[in-house]
Every structure is written in C-alpha cells, then in structure tokens.
Ligand binder design. Structure first.
Ligand SMILES: C[S@@+](CC[C@H](N)C(=O)[O-])C[C@H]1O[C@@H](n2cnc3c(N)ncnc32)[C@H](O)[C@@H]1O
Length: 221
C-alpha cells in the first residue's frame, strides 16, 4: 500500500488492533497533508469546541486516540491552562503529536502513552478530570465495548466527551451500551449531540458524528 492512496477506505477496512498499528505506522507522516488538509476534516476542531462549550473548569485532561495531536492542539488554543496527556496505539502517530506546539511555543502534550484501548488501560498518573476523543470510535477501531475501559481513567464526575462515527454508533449498538453503563451507575445519563466532520467545501460535507457527553461515576478510587 503506497502512502499516496491511504485514506478513508483504508481507515474503514481495518479490523484488529494490529491492523491499526500497521495502517497508522504507514500513514502517520502524511495523515495531515493527505487526509486532514485534503479532505477538510474538521472533527478534531469540532471536538475541541464541544469540550470548551460543555466542560467546566478542569486542569488535567486526556486525549483518547491522540493521533497526530490535532484535537489537543485546538483545545490548547481554547483552554491554554490545560495540562493535556494523550494515549494511542500507534507510536508513529504519537511521534507526530509530540511535535505539536501551543500558541506560546510550548508542547501541547505533557506526555503521550502507547496504549491499546481495546484492553484494560494501565494509567501511571492519577485519574484525569476529563477525557475527549475524535475519530477513534469508528469502523474497525474502537467499538462500544471499549467505552468502559476509559472510565477508570477518570475521577468521580470526570467529564467524557467522545465522538463516534454515525454509522458505527448505529450498527454497533452504542445506545445499548450507554444504557447499560447508566443502569450500572458507571456514568450519568449522557447527552448526545451531532457535529459536522468535514468543512462545507469538502467532498464529504454532510457526514456527521455523534458526540457522547457524560460524566463518570467512580465512587471508589
Ligand atoms: C482517524 S485517527 C484520529 C486521530 C485524531 N484523534 C484525529 O482526530 O485526527 C484514529 C486513531 O485511533 C488510533 N487507534 C486505532 N485503534 C486503536 C486502539 N486499539 N487503541 C488506541 N488507539 C487506537 C490510531 O492509531 C489513530 O491514531
């Protein structure tokens, strides 16, 4: 597979964590030029904007499926006071994220961690006050069963702002999993909103994602 042809078709055809590792190892260097810029992908910016609108004052936050670090970069512009860490399965994508800079020239991410989020997620830091995610809950990446892997990463009432591809949300049963997490008193009743994933000039304009907005209930930590 040459770098030139990597795009949505390849991203949606992966099935396993190893497929993801291989895809993003090849794509990391050109992800922003060949996809984000070329397709006018605005998902990272949209998630940063939703986070800024809904989340109250917090300090330490986590970017789930960090990729090349665009979501953290946009969020750091809206909330310069945030300490942002990242987790992703791909060391090559995280290497790109390490280079992202804030408006003041400092790095966006305090630290980034290679983690497979389909499994129990080791966290060497104290729990975070909020987490956010763009583009990672999608076909062949993370399914609804992975939502609960993220909850131990949060403090009690920690914010959860997670984008999910629209078709993936329907076909994989995210609603049922969210109901189950509410019934088990692991999260507060979520609000779900829709965002545009691409700018109005893009060929893909009209594609939307759902954003799950809720708070973790972690009474024992
Ligand atoms: C489409 S990119 C989105 C990156 C970034 N958030 C953005 O919006 O530009 C999806 C990301 O999910 C990561 N990913 C895929 N499977 C994963 C897994 N099992 N655990 C952690 N990260 C995973 C990939 O490495 C990739 O960086």
């Amino acid at each position: 597979m040459s770098e030139e042809v990597l795009g949505l078709d390849q991203a949606y055809s992966v099935k396993t964590p190893d497929d993801n590792r291989r895809l993003y190892a090849q794509w990391a260097a050109t992800y922003e030029t060949s996809f984000v810029n070329a397709q006018q992908y605005r998902y990272p910016k949209a998630i940063a904007e939703v986070f800024n609108d809904v989340v109250g004052p917090v300090k330490r936050v986590l970017d789930i499926g960090t990729g090349t670090g665009l979501t953290g970069m946009y969020l750091s512009r809206l909330r310069p006071e945030l300490v942002i860490d990242g987790m992703d399965i791909s060391p090559e994508m995280l290497a790109q994220a390490r280079g992202k800079k804030r408006n003041d020239g400092s790095v966006v991410y305090r630290a980034v961690y290679e983690r497979d989020l389909t499994q129990h997620v080791p966290n060497e830091n104290s729990p975070y006050e909020a987490l956010f995610s763009s583009g990672t809950f999608t076909h062949g990446h993370l399914g609804p069963e992975c939502l609960r892997n993220l909850l131990p990463l949060l403090v009690d009432k920690g914010w959860f702002v997670v984008g999910v591809n629209n078709e993936h949300f329907e076909s994989k049963g995210f609603s049922a999993e969210l109901d189950s997490l509410v019934n088990q008193k692991l999260i507060q009743s979520p609000e779900i909103i829709c965002i545009d994933v691409y700018e109005s000039g893009s060929l893909h304009f009209g594609d939307q994602a759902r954003v799950i907005i809720t708070r973790a209930i972690n009474s024992i930590q």
